[in-house]
Design a protein around this ligand. Sequence first.
Ligand SMILES: [Zn+2]
Length: 321
Amino acid sequence: MRHEKISKERIIIFRRATIYYITNTLKITVVAMVLVFIMFISKYKPMYKVTIGEETIGYVTSKEKVEQIVNDYINTQDENIAFIEVKDLPKYELNLVAWKMEDSTNSVLQKVKEESSVTYKLYAIKVENEQPQYVSTLEEAKQVVEELKNEFAGVLDLKIGVEEIFTSDLENIQSIDMSVAKVNLDTEIISNCDSIIDGIILSKPVSGVVTYRFGPRWGRSHQGIDISAATGTPIHACSKGTVEFTGWYGGYGNLIIIDHGNGIKTYYGHCSKICVSKGQEVTKDTLIGLVGSTGNSTGPHLHLEIRKNGVVQNPQNYLYK
Ligand SMILES: [Zn+2]
């Protein structure tokens, strides 16, 4: 009996010691973990790694701020700028980086600017064979023509040309061709862009519903329209023309560009398959590709753009009205 009692007491003592030991060990472990965590966060901080194409540009604290700055740049409101195209938008990936890591927002914007192409719009006014003068708006062009009319009052059969010019190179604007862009002194100036789509009959490349219209939305400018259609839906050319480009192009994914002449080009983005090749002649009945969701796309659709002299047009002025 006595032997048994001692043994029970010993067991109780042993149990208590064990519990005491375990609780203390746990406490120490938790304190140690907290200490390590504090040391860790005081050395590291979360930042977004920014890449453009294959290149890592740097780290930024606020992804939203950088996106806003980039969007503001793309949508620059300047009467001389027709539009700005960015080949690759920055991509972001959250990382833990050393506390001392500096913010590269400025470098990101700098890189976006370097990689983008700016198309300027301006008006050239030319009298006979004189050097043309350039102004920013049609209003200014009209004003200059009025002044020239007064200056040359009495001169018979004087030719004054006005041309709307789109260029990415302001230093080397091609001199305007009087035979294309002449207006009679008594004729109202008409922007020569108003009728260029004439002669090219466009038809729908796919049947489907427009899910995203042309123009500004969410702080960005949508350069075309999105037509929702199932993956694999055949895409036909909008009109006859020559295939100018096929292949992967940034956010467009698999892209097809067709040149219809007269400065008109159509773009077909996010294709799952491309069925034509560069240089190929197509008609509106040619199967050029299949609908997909390649590139910057969240679901199968055709991104359709119509460009006139390089400037995006609202496709719904012509199709899917
Ligand atoms: Zn689109």
